[in-house]
Write a protein that binds this ligand. Structure first.
Ligand code: XMP
Length: 509
């Protein structure tokens, strides 16, 4: 495996994803782990990430790397390269102009193993405020750009390299070639990290960890992560996995029945719990979004706990936690190293004395999907849009009643089904309808109506952090609007949300 030491760059996760795309396993560790990194046969190389800091700043990350250099291949990227240069006695200074954007590698040592198969004039992505002015003795320049003399260097007699540009960003058009050169040719990492390989090793590990009589509980939501976790556990321990799928009355139209049937078709041992009345009772009269979220969360724990108590011999609570949730995020600008913790099903593990098992904790989202495909998860679950835990509860603005849920389920159902029929579902990241707390005037035949408004929302995004409104065709929007107004009595007006995130959010509450 390969270790990435994170100095706080926004691109660190991207480096990891690019390396995983080469089918090589890598892990991200905070730079503070560097001194404790004990080299074993199993660690084939180390990458030092970029950072928002400057090596010239007082208190900037400056871990001792001497036990690594010369003993294992090392690649410093941006800050990582500057750190190598500075620690070796070179000079790093503020760049005269901040170098940001595309650049061309005009001179390049084709004989260097790091740059094999890369072309002169190769486009690279620069993003740095400092630049390496003087390299220490024994450091050789292996690539330059018109603005940056030291675009890449190598330490003589070692497999230690530094690069000023970012190979992980797609604007570095041959970045993948460089990463392949480092990871596969120089570090000699095996390209064995494939979905099938992951499934085999994860199943084996689960069988080893979970005792032969232990029962495992898992909350299923119909989403990709929990479904893939269920299939892996099912393969490892069969019916000793007890899935619990709660209908909170805030799911999409027909979702509960369809998904439950899909789970049963996969041979999973799943209990469907119809708890809609309990959720509606807990939500009655609450209009504040956070109040609704709390009521939904609390009720979920009560229902889940009650069901989980029925499982004799339960020892484990499985969760669909994925890698971005567990990476220790370094805060290089502040003193603390914080660890993000995934939300547990509050209090249940302690109360029932359950241990936690998280079979997907080393996977990125796209890898979860690949593993799901390898496990033959049906496409309808595999390609599903993200859906918030509180469901339609935060898409009905104001208080929630079963009548409003029914109205929104039908309008949302029309929208989603038409997206699928027109082949647009895969092109948007998330879509849904919001029921607004206003009524407006309309005419139907000779009569005036005074009915509700539905807002349609569809966005394109990569990770939900930022999003653009989806530019759906007018004809399509017209068809959705007509169908909702004709078929869903109680709605006489449909609007389309054309705001992006930021400053708007994806959900309306
Ligand atoms: P926003 O509205 O913040 O949403 O742009 C970003 C993503 O998060 C989802 N979301 C939630 N998911 N519980 C969840 O499990 C919540 O309370 C919640 N609020 C928003 C939203 O659907 C989108 O994918």
């Amino acid at each position: 495996r390969l270790i990435i030491l994170d100095f706080g760059s926004q691109y660190t996760q991207l480096i990891a994803r690019r390396i995983r795309e080469l089918h090589v396993f890598c892990e991200i560790h905070p730079y503070t782990h560097a001194p404790n990194l004990v080299l074993s046969d199993d660690i084939r190389g180390v990458i030092l990430s970029g950072s928002p800091c400057s090596v010239r700043e007082e208190g900037a990350p400056n871990p001792d790397l001497s036990h690594l250099l010369g003993h294992v291949p090392v690649l410093g990227v941006c800050y990582g390269a500057q750190l190598l240069a500075q620690q070796g006695g070179g000079e790093v200074l503020p760049a005269t102009i901040r170098e940001y954007g595309r650049a061309r590698l005009t001179s390049l040592d084709g004989g260097s193993a790091l740059l094999t198969d890369m072309h002169t004039d190769s486009q690279v992505w620069m993003s740095h405020g400092d630049t390496i002015k003087v390299l220490p003795a024994g450091y050789d320049i292996i690539a330059s750009t018109p603005e940056v003399d030291v675009a890449a260097f190598k330490i003589e007699g070692q497999e230690t390299y530094g690069i000023q540009f970012h190979p992980e960003v797609t604007h570095s058009t041959e970045g993948k070639v460089l990463l392949h050169n480092f990871v596969v040719n120089i570090c000699q990492c095996a390209q064995s990290w494939t979905p099938d390989h992951f499934v085999d090793s994860a199943v084996e590990a689960l069988q080893h960890t979970i005792g032969p009589d232990d029962q495992v509980i898992l909350g299923l939501s119909g989403g990709v992560d929990s479904s893939v976790a269920a299939l892996l556990l099912h393969r490892a321990i069969g019916p000793r996995l007890h899935g619990i799928f709660v209908d909170n009355g805030l799911l999409r139209q027909d979702e509960f029945a369809t998904v439950l049937k899909a789970y049963e078709g996969l041979g999973l041992n799943v209990t469907g719990v119809n708890a809609a009345p309990e959720f509606y009772a807990a939500l009655a009269g609450i209009s504040d979004p956070e109040g609704k979220r709390k009521a939904i969360g609390r009720t979920f724990i009560e229902v889940f706990d009650r069901e989980a108590q029925k499982v004799q011999g339960a020892r484990w609570l499985a969760q669909g936690t994925i890698y971005p949730d567990v990476i220790e995020s370094v805060s290089v600008k502040g003193p603390a190293v914080t660890i993000k913790s995934h939300h547990n099903v509050g209090g249940l593990p302690e109360k029932m004395n359950l241990k936690i098992v998280e079979p997907l904790r080393m996977l990125f989202k796209d890898e979860v999907r690949e593993v799901g495909a390898a496990l033959e998860l049906p496409a309808e679950i595999l390609n599903r849009h993200p859906f918030p835990g509180p469901g339609l509860g935060i898409r009905i603005l104001g208080d929630i009643t079963p009548e409003k849920v029914d109205l929104l389920q039908r309008a949302d159902g029309v929208f989603i089904n038409l997206l699928k029929q027109h082949g647009l579902y895969e092109h948007v990241w998330q879509a849904g309808a919001m029921l607004l707390p206003v009524q407006s005037v309309g005419v139907m035949g000779d009569e005036r109506t005074y009915e509700r408004v539905v807002a349609l929302r569809a966005v394109t995004s990569v990770d939900g952090m930022t999003a653009d409104w989806a530019h759906l065709p007018y004809d399509f929007l017209a068809e959705v609007s007509n169908k909702i107004i004709n078929q869903v009595r109680g709605i006489n007006r449909v609007v389309y949300d054309i705001s992006s995130k930021p400053p708007a959010t994806i959900e309306w509450e």
